[in-house]
Design a protein around this ligand. Structure first.
Ligand code: AMP
Ligand code: ZN
Length: 436
């Protein structure tokens, strides 16, 4: 019999049973965490020496937060709870070759993650029989392989094309009558804009749904995409530190993203004080992974801002829902779905000898896509040289940046003194993308 649920029992557990399950799983995670050099010390400091020291779910709040800096400082294996030979997959955050945050999965971890992704996809109404074109990049980024295996688990027909090459994407959609896409919202908008120039139009396509995520977007963007393509678009949120997609996903009612609370403890905190806030109040999302044993992650500060919805969902799932992501508490930029920290750009630009002391990171939009321009001041003696020499320098800066941040920026060279000078804290990032 057709049902609306991939796993009815778990998805509709009463709050009481859900919390009991969370407690049991939290204890299991604590048992794993104690085996890591990082958490072993951390937990001992707050008096947690064994899983039995956790008496209730609220006890999680005794444990200090884990931050991205903790992950960097304990790179590469400080958070590993098992022998490396039991790890079957490694992932990493998008666009972070300069800043290692690495995530490990055992075979069981991959299996339980895949279940969550399958459950998420199923909640949107996608089923076996759907043709699924996965347009998120494959590789270290969790978005590609994560959705891939979840869709296969349901029995969907997967086209593992990855990102880019618009014409080919359209041809595949047409040839295989693709019904479901996984894609960043900006790329989906872009495809519509360039469709005609590639010789396609929407009547060539059989699309019904798109899973959109990896970057912030507004309700209006969703509505626009739905109208342009005649589809339903579902928001998907995840981050590699917490295993990527399958963390929070919209069901067919599209009214906020269910966080799978049997697999995650969801908290929202005031980013200034670190104190927990009530449901309905905006704050920073903090998550504990309850199912990834090889690489435990307890109270991870995501830096993403959102709030928990307080009403229940029409679908009958008891797992709480998150609002859209409303912003970030740090300076991380998301450029066409790729995370970029200004410090990574600075690090590259400043090691190039021809570059002077001032630079600016400028982000705007060309049509639907984000564009990154790095403006750098170079020493005036360079301007006496040939144009060819300047072009070569531009190319060199662009290539070195690409190697670090994985995206290709435009480079503008400026004479000394041409870029704004700051006496106080420099404002190096100018982001003129329309806010949503
Ligand atoms: P990564 O670790 O590379 O998967 O990047 C994760 C980050 O991407 C998150 O911390 C968010 O800032 C952002 N992100 C992912 N999904 C969404 C979404 N649906 N809406 C807004 N931002 C998102
Ligand atoms: Zn729902």
């Amino acid at each position: 019999m057709e049902t609306d649920f991939f796993c009815h029992e778990i998805e509709t557990l009463s709050r009481e049973k859900l919390e009991n399950l969370q407690l049991q799983r939290l204890r299991e995670i604590i048992a794993s965490a104690i085996k890591t050099s990082f958490y072993n010390k951390r937990l001992a400091k707050v008096g947690i020496k064994s899983p039995e020291d956790i008496k209730s779910i609220a006890d999680v709040r005794k444990i200090p937060f884990t931050t991205k800096d903790d992950l960097r400082q304990n790179f590469p294996t400080g958070l590993l709870a098992v022998d490396m030979s039991d790890i079957v997959r490694i992932h990493s955050s998008s666009g972070t070759t300069g800043i290692p945050t690495v995530i490990y999965f055992t075979k069981d971890d991959l299996n339980s993650w895949t279940e969550l992704v399958a459950r998420s996809i199923y909640a949107t109404g996608a089923r076996k029989g759907d043709i699924f074109q996965n347009m998120m990049s494959y590789g270290l980024f969790t978005g590609g392989l994560g959705l891939h295996y979840g869709a296969e688990r349901i029995g969907m027909t997967v086209i593992p094309v990855g990102g880019g090459n618009t014409k080919r994407q359209l041809q595949l959609m047409k040839d295989f009558k693709t019904t479901v896409l996984h894609i960043t919202p900006s790329y989906l908008l872009h495809i519509h804009e360039s469709m005609e120039s590639h010789g396609f139009n929407t009547s060539d396509l059989s699309l019904k749904k798109a899973f959109i995520g990896a970057e912030p977007h507004s309700e209006n963007t969703r509505l626009k995409l739905e109208e342009l393509y005649g589809i339903d678009a579902y928001n998907s949120y995840g981050l590699s530190e917490l295993s990527g997609p399958g963390l929070a996903f919209e069901c067919k009612y599209k009214a906020g993203m269910h966080v799978w609370e049997d697999a995650y403890i969801l908290e929202v905190i005031d980013p200034e004080t670190g104190k927990n806030v009530e449901d309905g109040q905006e704050g920073e999302i903090v998550l504990t992974n309850l199912i990834r044993k090889g690489n435990p992650m307890i109270r991870y500060r995501t830096r993403d801002l959102a709030y928990v919805l307080t009403d229940s969902c029409k679908c009958g799932r008891t797992h709480r829902r998150l609002s859209r992501i409303l912003g970030r508490t740090d300076d991380m930029l998301i450029i066409n779905g790729v995370n970029v920290f200004p410090s990574q750009i600075e690090e590259v630009v400043m090691r190039i000898p021809e570059v002077g002391t001032n630079y600016q990171i400028y982000v705007d939009k060309i049509g639907a896509l984000d564009r990154l321009t790095v403006k750098v001041e170079i020493y005036s003696k360079m301007f006496t040289g040939e144009v060819k020499q300047l072009d070569a320098l531009k190319k060199k800066i662009a290539e070195e940046l690409r190697a670090s941040i994985t995206i290709h920026p435009l480079i503008e060279l400026h004479e000394p003194g041409a870029l704004p000078v700051f006496e106080g804290k420099a404002k190096r990032v100018v982001d003129v993308r329309p806010s949503f």
